[in-house]
Design a protein around this ligand. Structure first.
Ligand SMILES: Cc1cc2nc3c(=O)[nH]c(=O)nc-3n(C[C@H](O)[C@H](O)[C@H](O)COP(=O)(O)O)c2cc1C
Length: 212
């Protein structure tokens, strides 16, 4: 029997099927290559990258609760330069589109990251995590304010011609307003949703388990 055609296209990225890895749950791909054939999934979405490496929060930073798993990883990642030097060579050998997730602590950092990634032919598209605080503006999370989100999206749009996926935060009153702001500012596609905040009543170090 002929196999069904599950292929999809997201803003010009051709996927053999719609199965994509949620950023942060799949490392940089190689970590999972012993467990599944990476050429069977639609796309690899990497762990979120920042300009500089980030150690993340001290452990423990994952806890199981009766309602589900809570995490407070703290955006640990190797940084863009180590990604290019150490992780991308492996990904280059895999015939599956690579979508790079990125985040900044300031508006400018988002732009710089997008510019660096724009030069890499192996990167099929960018997924922008806007659920991060703007350290220059009192820590307000870009993705909870339509103007701040539009500013990020506009800057990243001007910094890359690659397909641009904006990952929305669920921590808003009106997600449609956020989606409209991102699309008007140049998003090609939207990714829903980032982590929901939780509060583990059973965990003594609860204060650490705020959103990643
Ligand atoms: C351990 C862990 C790390 C994550 N790291 C990132 C990240 O670096 N960037 C990002 O945009 N989302 C990150 N996420 C969010 C997931 O990609 C996903 O959006 C979130 O878990 C919601 O999907 P779910 O309800 O299926 O878990 C992370 C999630 C988990 C559980």
């Amino acid at each position: 029997m002929a196999k069904p055609d599950l292929s999809v296209e997201i803003s010009g990225i051709k996927l053999r099927n719609p199965v994509m890895t949620a950023s942060g749950t799949f490392g940089y791909g190689k970590e999972f290559s012993d467990y599944l054939d990476l050429e069977k999934i639609g796309a690899i979405i990497t762990k979120g990258l920042s300009l500089r490496p980030k150690a993340g929060n001290p452990t423990p930073r994952i806890v199981e609760t009766p309602g589900g798993m809570l995490n407070a990883i703290g955006l640990q990642n190797v940084g863009i330069d180590a990604f290019i030097g150490e992780k991308l060579p492996f990904l280059r050998t895999v015939d599956t589109p690579v979508i790079v997730n990125l985040y900044g602590n300031t508006l400018e950092e988002y732009g710089e990251l997008a510019e660096k990634l724009d030069r890499l032919p192996e990167v099929a598209g960018l997924e922008v995590n806007i659920s991060c605080p703007n350290v220059k503006q009192g820590g307000i999370v870009f993705g909870t304010d339509p103007n701040a989100a539009a500013e990020v999206v506009g800057l990243v749009r001007r910094s890359t011609s690659k397909p641009l996926i904006i990952k929305l935060s669920p921590n808003v009153t009106d997600v449609v307003r956020m989606a409209d702001a991102c699309v008007s500012a140049g998003a090609d596609a939207l990714s829903l949703i980032n982590t929901l905040p939780g509060w583990p009543l059973i965990c003594r170090s609860a204060a650490r388990f705020l959103p990643i």
